[in-house]
Design a protein around this ligand. Structure first.
Ligand code: E4P
Length: 218
């Protein structure tokens, strides 16, 4: 399973990329607004220049024609940009048109196997089931990821990748990997949490202390 960072924070993206484990970024209007970025195009271009991999940028309109026009525009911002389109009937129409124009799409706000299947048939490069938001609503978000993976596996012609999104904690990452998600997009905080284990810290301390005690005896 590959790891994308789910943020519009430039500093976090730079730090994540340095670790050598981040192969893409996803943003959404909330994440961009949270960072106080005023120039959407400029920030997406900057992220695309930092990351050697797909960067998802969402359309911020809901009308079919407007989504199509905005998606085409976003697609010109960088060669590694992927346009996020919501999982709706209008969205499907937009996705299938964009697919015909070889514009890569991440179908976002996916909450059912049916939506994922339709997104794949329309030609989305990624579908993003929102795990945490389903959990919040009392459903099993990770079961949806597993179901989508299982369905896609049964049909060779479904080449769409499953991007587990709305990841809230390290256990979600383990579960997404076990479920067979191609990618998990995670907040920077979760990436750091994934690196940690108390026994690693205790082990380092003990190794260094033992080393020092021998050095002192010399
Ligand atoms: C993914 O592409 C979305 O930006 C994101 O994962 C949503 O996460 P949230 O439910 O924590 O807002």
């Amino acid at each position: 399973m590959r790891i994308f960072l789910d943020t519009a924070n430039i500093d976090q993206i730079k730090k994540g990329v340095k670790l050598g484990v981040v192969s893409g970024v996803t943003t959404n209007p909330t994440l961009v607004a949270k960072e106080g970025h005023k120039d959407y195009e400029a920030v997406v271009k900057e992220i695309c220049s930092i990351v050697n991999g797909p960067v998802s940028a969402e359309v911020v309109v809901n009308d079919k024609e407007a989504m199509l026009a905005q998606a085409r525009k976003i697609a010109t911002w960088a060669s590694n940009v992927v346009v996020k389109i919501p999982s709706t009937a209008d969205g499907l129409e937009v996705i299938s048109q964009l697919a015909r124009e070889n514009i890569r799409v991440n179908m976002t706000l996916c909450f059912s196997v049916n939506q994922a299947l339709l997104g794949a048939l329309a030609g989305a490069t990624y579908v993003s089931p929102f795990v945490g938001r389903l959990d919040d609503a009392g459903h099993d978000g990770m079961a949806l990821v597993k179901d989508i993976v299982d369905v896609f596996k049964q049909y060779e012609y479904l080449t769409t990748e499953v991007l587990a999104a709305s990841i809230r904690h390290p256990l979600h990452c383990v579960a997404a990997a076990k479920a067979g998600a191609h990618i998990a997009t995670i907040p920077y905080k979760v990436l750091l949490q994934m690196t940690k284990h108390p026994l690693t810290d205790v082990g380092i301390e003990r190794f260094l202390a033992d080393w020092e005690s021998v050095s002192e005896n010399k």
